[in-house]
Design a protein around this ligand. Sequence first.
Ligand SMILES: [Zn+2]
Length: 325
Amino acid sequence: MAREGSGVRPEHCAHGLEYRMVSTDEVPALHPERGARAAPTRREERLGAGSLSIGCALLGLALWCLWGAGIARAAAPTESPDLEALTWTELKSALAHGKTTALVPIGGTEQNGPDIALGKHNARVKVLSDRIATRLGNAIVAPVMAYVPEGRIDPPEQHMRFPGTLTISDETFMHLLESTARSLKLHGFRDIVFIGDHGGYQADERAVAQKLNREWSASDVRVHALEEYYRVTQHEYVAELRRRGFGEAEIGTHAGLADASLTLALVPDLVRAGRLAGDMPSAALGEYGDPRRASAALGEVGVDLIVEHTVQAIREAVDRHGAGK
Ligand SMILES: [Zn+2]
């Protein structure tokens, strides 16, 4: 912010390329009769030399800053795996350096009972995709797909009976997947991986991957519908919770112990922890399971399983692709 009365004003240099700062109480006076500058006094000559050296110093500083900025542009790309956090030039550089696997996180906006917010799938798949990409080391994470098929609107079915659930048709969803994959292929990604956090659209992912892989069989690009990411939450994670003494009814299939624990471990702000021990859970409230004994610690068990299995499955899929299978 400029301060009034600082006694300094900017003055253009003759070449018009830079400013130099001259103290306003040291500006040479105009010749009183001819209206032109009087011959400089010795003090004014000293001041002129001083202004020149200050001008040169500022020019040097400006050049140094420009040079520094150039270095920063060239040598400090962000390490974020998020496509949305990169500039196009940073993404181009990442692709050129072998980051040719694209993860496409698929969430969904749906009711999850009175204790878990509607954005559960979107927030969870984002955090997990970032962790998986970081573990892989050669992957970029596309934006989350938050609009997915959730059932009929008229009359409303499944989660559509609860306020906040948003649905699109399977056809629209598959077009979204297809266009996203085509875009990523255009830009140089070689392995495009669908990662879906919700069970209902896994078959749609598979169908789109099969369609594009048939079409692209002569190219070196493949789409992988990575069902392992979701499958492990329904099998290995449930088995682990059972080993710890929890029953199937409590673990649940939607908004129960397993679901709430995963969400507590990944995005705790989306869980109304104070309410968890409240109402008796019921399907009428949108809960299929009992979240009351959920914890972040139990969720971490699931998170580790999901990341391990998914990283392994992606590596195997990419290797199979690389081997031409
Ligand atoms: Zn779901």
